[in-house]
Design a protein around this ligand. Structure first.
Ligand SMILES: Cc1ncc(COP(=O)(O)O)c(C=O)c1O
Ligand SMILES: N[C@@H](CCCC[NH3+])C(=O)O
Length: 445
């Protein structure tokens, strides 16, 4: 028993959360039962910016960037902007010394608007449109990862001495959800290593005078936990570097191993072994290169989720509590339009009462959204205090990745604002969408 257990007035803002690993590391419990993040109370944020609101802890994102740079000082870390992109985020990434991946003209526009140096941008996409390619050439992006033979021709027609990498499907199972398993054969991304399509793509790029082949790329999937899967992909990719050297007499200087590092969403979920990854990937690449007499390429990795997921919290207001036949539904003022992941991947989330303390015992409830689908569930069978009622504030952790970026206007619901917190101060990064915003695009009557 601690002193704080004996003397309630000592239960101050230093109290720890029971599951700190899924909340931003600046999260604290206050005496009144509220949470603070980045020194700002969640109830204050909800009062000022409304609900739902995405809260993002700048300190956590910067700390994650530093952890990667510290673990992999000799590896280029490129943030996969699809996970969560705003101009401010681009600025943090730039200040922390990371490169940036984009996969559309829109993401590129955000990066450029933030003043990010184009030469440190990598453009991805299995079906880049002519507009994507033209925008990238206008901006002068540093590298393009080509993903189809059509693209080789289309980019070749637009480019001048454009550095490119070839996206390879290495035939590695990342043991993840099929919707985000991108290293296996028979899916839309990349050129198959096993079939010889990757070697043919290399030939075609080399034959295109306006393209300059600088390396190979693979990305085996998202939420990948096993370092061994990344290691296998790395070994296979060095095998292809070797084939390229044998066939064309060139040692490609770059190898990009993608992102996909697992993040825990619930207490007890597996975290990513970053130092194990660093050791084993570097070891595998160096071993494979030295036994083949190849110079070791410069490595790049592209984490998205693992840099931003834990930094995010979504705030909701309870609209109604309904006692159904078998379960209690706690319905909130957001849902699948701000968090598509349960519907897309069966993703599970934790949830916590914020803004007040409750002495009521926990009871299992299902937190659901406001949208017109029975599958609009935010957190299934989660414990919340039995006195939960309309007007209560709920906080859902681990919503920094693929929430804002996957949000929709389903049911003509405006997307939530994004508010950054740091050192006790909130800062609005993206304002919430209004009905006027939604109507602005409806131009025909
Ligand atoms: C090419 C590429 N790189 C990086 C990422 C980032 O993945 P994650 O956010 O899981 O790290 C993705 C998405 O899966 C991707 O498609
Ligand atoms: N949108 C997915 C991840 C996609 C990864 C991008 N290639 C998610 O929320 O988990």
């Amino acid at each position: 028993m601690t002193l704080a257990d004996l003397i309630p007035s000592l239960r101050t803002s230093i109290d720890r959360l029971p599951t700190p690993e899924i909340w931003p590391s600046t999260t604290r419990l206050t005496r009144s039962g509220d949470l603070t993040v980045g020194g700002v109370a969640l109830s204050e944020l909800a009062g000022r910016f409304g609900t739902p609101t995405y809260v993002v802890d700048e300190t956590q994102i910067r700390a994650n960037c530093r952890a990667y740079r510290h673990a992999l000082p000799d590896v280029e870390i490129a943030y996969a902007g699809k996970a969560f992109l705003t101009r401010a985020v681009v600025g943090w990434i730039a200040e922390e010394g990371l490169s940036l991946d984009v996969c559309s003209a829109g993401e590129l526009a955000v990066a450029m608007a933030a003043g990010y140096p184009a030469e440190r941008i990598i453009l991805h996409g299995n079906a880049k449109s002519p507009d994507d390619l033209k925008a990238a050439m206008r901006a002068g992006v540093g590298r393009v990862v080509v993903d189809s033979l059509d693209e080789v021709g289309q980019l070749g027609a637009l480019a001048t001495a454009q550095p490119v990498l070839v996206r390879v499907t290495p035939g590695v199972d990342g043991h993840t959800h099929t919707a985000v398993a991108t290293g296996v054969e028979d899916q839309k991304f990349g050129f198959s290593l096993a079939s010889g399509a990757a070697a043919e793509a290399v030939r075609r790029v080399l034959a295109e005078p306006s393209l300059r082949l600088v390396g190979l790329h693979c990305h085996i999937g998202s939420q990948v936990a096993r370092v061994a899967d990344f290691e296998l992909a790395a070994r296979r990719m060095v095998g292809l570097l070797d084939l390229v050297r044998d066939e064309h007499g060139i040692a490609l200087p770059q190898l990009n191993l993608g992102g996909g590092h697992v993040v825990p969403y619930l207490a007890g979920d597996e975290g990513f072994d970053l130092s194990g990854f660093a050791d084993r990937i570097r070891g595998a690449v160096h071993y494979e290169c030295s036994r083949r007499g190849l110079p070791a390429p410069r490595l790049t990795i592209e984490p998205g989720r693992s840099l931003v997921a834990r930094a995010g919290i979504t705030l909701y207001r309870v609209v109604t509590v309904k006692h159904g036949t078998n379960r209690t539904f706690v319905a909130v003022d957001g849902g699948m339009s701000d968090n598509a992941r349960p519907a897309l991947y069966g993703a599970r989330y934790a949830v916590r009462l914020a803004g007040r303390a409750s002495q009521a015992p926990d009871a299992p409830v299902t937190v659901v959204g406001r949208h017109c689908e029975a599958g609009d569930v935010i957190a299934q069978d989660v414990p919340l205090p039995a006195d939960i009622h309309a007007g209560d504030l709920l906080a859902v952790p681990c919503t920094g990745a693929y929430h804002h970026s996957l949000a929709s206007n389903y049911n003509m619901v405006g997307r939530p604002p994004v508010v950054a917190v740091r050192d006790g101060a909130p800062r609005l990064l993206v304002r919430g969408e209004t009905a006027q915003d939604l109507l602005a695009r409806d131009v025909g009557v």
